[in-house]
Design a protein around this ligand. Structure first.
Ligand code: SR1
Ligand code: MG
Length: 415
């Protein structure tokens, strides 16, 4: 497939910036160093720095899925969804996202702050680094999007207009297929290590699980609660140490943003914490690190809930009572467990895996993958009785204890 627009290279980026009045003065292009650093599944990412240390980051959508190649065409218009998600978050939580500079709809390029000195959280988790407070920042981010883009804060006509503008069918379809359908059937996109074949077969044979995954997919496709990030995994978060020794966070990459269920973003976070925890258990990391990881789900949930309660006091419409908030929060917490399970399973069985698990040596890889699958399946099936993030942690603890005691072998399926 030939792109009908110019694909940038490190060499052409300075001239591109010079041609955009909106980007004038941000960097000195005559001294610019440019590197293409895109390590995600979809796009080109150019980080640029001039001789004075000033920076800019350009992200360009390719007309196909980078991970797979030109055989999988994908709308480059996704950059518009990313610009929308970034611009909205920049207004609501400017301290939690990179500064937004410009969207070029013709060449499918978004320009934003170059987060120099920041690193992708997944990599830091993989290496055993503790960034205290980052979990809470994600809860705060999700709560602000949830409140300020929904009927909780906006007039219903405004919400419907925003919902229509934010429709993102091609990106949603990726999630619908890769997260909710393909892992549970035979599909060319799937792959997994031999050691978990019995676990995968068990997932696929579990009619109750399949029904509940269907419920989560239905909610993803119909539950237009608020503008959500849509892909809030630990690779969509950049972190840095603050001077006081705590962590700081910036959320990036909202190209999957659309009006969807708030629990989907929280679930993405929980599912990725699960992968990080399984890695830490398989590697037998320090108790300090494992304990910090174990506290992340509650930290994120508590921050989300606290921020929602704070914002709730400002709601203009008396339809939304305090009692409604209690019910809605309980629903979102259960949704988060279900979506967290679905997001975790796809990273083990389906396309686009995570380095938390993939970079482990073979025995640890199998062990960690089984921890994720078994925990996640229980989260999905039992989310309504588990009901809380705290209870979901207990599931993981029990699964880890079982695997440590008995190995990963599962009894053969009956019939
Ligand atoms: C084909 S795109 C695969 C994955 O990359 C993105 O980060 C999303 O998670 C998507 O599912
Ligand atoms: Mg991404």
């Amino acid at each position: 497939m030939t792109a009908e627009y110019e694909i940038l290279t490190p060499e052409t980026v300075p001239a591109y910036i010079d041609g955009k009045p909106e980007l004038a003065g941000i960097v000195d292009t005559s001294t610019l160093e440019v590197a293409e650093v895109g390590d995600g599944n979809l796009n080109l990412v150019f980080v640029c720095r001039d001789a004075d240390g000033r920076g800019i980051c350009l992200k360009q959508s390719l007309p196909y899925v980078r991970l797979v190649g030109e055989a999988w065409p994908l709308t480059p218009e996704r950059v518009i969804a990313e610009a929308r998600g970034l611009a909205v978050a920049a207004e609501l939580t400017p301290h939690l996202v990179p500064a937004f500079y410009n969207i070029d709809a013709d060449q499918h390029v978004i320009a934003m702050e170059n987060l120099m000195g920041w690193e992708i959280w997944r990599g830091k988790l993989n290496d055993g680094f503790i960034h205290r407070g980052v979990g809470a920042m994600l809860g705060e981010y999700v709560a602000n999007l949830a409140f300020f883009t929904s009927v909780f804060a906006l007039d219903q006509m405004e919400v419907k207009e925003r919902m229509a503008e934010a429709i993102n069918p091609e990106l949603c379809r990726i999630t619908e297929d890769l997260v909710f359908t393909e892992p549970y059937i035979e599909h060319d996109n799937n792959s997994f290590v031999d050691g978990i074949a019995a676990d995968v077969a068990a997932l696929r044979a579990d009619a109750d699980l399949r029904a509940e995954v269907g419920m989560m997919k239905f909610l993803f496709m119909t539950g237009a609660e608020a503008l959500i990030h849509g892909d809030l995994h630990t690779g969509s978060v950049m972190v840095k140490m603050k001077d006081d020794g705590s962590g700081d966070a910036r959320v990036i990459d909202p190209e999957f943003a659309y009006y969807g269920p708030v629990g989907f973003d929280l679930g993405a976070v929980l599912g990725n914490y699960l992968a990080a925890r399984a890695r830490a258990e398989a590697m037998d990391r320090s108790d300090e690190f494992k304990d910090w990881l174990a506290g992340l789900p509650q930290e994120t949930w508590d921050a989300f809930e606290t921020e929602m309660r704070r914002l709730w006091a400002t709601r203009p419409d008396p339809t939304w009572t305090d009692s409604f908030l209690e019910s809605w929060l309980a629903k979102v917490q259960k949704d988060s467990l279900g979506f967290g399970g679905c997001k975790a399973i796809r990273r083990i069985v389906g396309l686009a895996k995570v380095s938390d698990i993939e970079t482990l040596p073979p025995d640890q890889h199998v062990e960690a993958a089984a921890m994720v699958l078994r925990t996640a399946a229980t989260w999905i099936k039992d989310r309504n009785t588990l009901a809380t993030v705290e209870a979901s942690n207990d599931v993981f603890t029990a699964v880890v204890a079982d695997i440590k005691a008995n190995g990963v072998q599962v009894p053969p399926q009956e019939g």
